[in-house]
Design a protein around this ligand. Structure first.
Ligand SMILES: [Zn+2]
Ligand SMILES: [Zn+2]
Length: 136
């Protein structure tokens, strides 16, 4: 058993890693809203080289406001968004926390794109909030 395992809803896509997350957060950007069907997406960033993906992940690219190209990875069968990456952070793969088999094991530490959040999407008030991407 790897330290963290997970995958999409239909189980065609499975991933595992023994790495510890470099960071974890909630993102309230409009893309996360549209892609997740909820007020925000929650994810954890891992070194991509240490994540094993099984099954086909279809990546969809878009130009982020920062000018970077962001990619979101979906299962072509069930449509679950399982992963994301951006040219602004090469070598980093963000895994959706809700795709983990045990999502409660990683706690988000901050909130991105709080400025795009919906008024009904109430977030943990104790977490640091950034209107867009946090300063790197
Ligand atoms: Zn699937
Ligand atoms: Zn987002």
């Amino acid at each position: 058993m790897a330290k963290y395992e997970g995958g999409c809803a239909c189980r065609d896509v499975r991933f595992s890693t023994d790495a510890e997350p470099m960071m974890a957060g909630h993102c309230q950007c409009r893309h996360c809203q549209r892609l997740s069907g909820a007020g925000h997406a929650s994810f954890a960033a891992f070194p991509e080289a240490q994540v094993t993906m099984k099954g086909k992940v279809k990546f969809w690219d878009y130009k982020a406001d920062s000018g970077n190209t962001a990619s979101r990875g979906h299962c072509p069968n069930c449509g679950s968004m399982v992963a994301g990456k951006t040219t602004g952070m090469p070598g980093i793969l963000a895994l959706n926390l809700t795709s983990l088999d045990k999502p409660a094991r990683i706690a988000p530490q901050m909130i991105f794109f709080n400025g795009e959040g919906q008024p009904w999407d109430h977030m943990d008030a104790s977490l640091p909030k950034f209107p867009g991407m946090p300063p790197m």
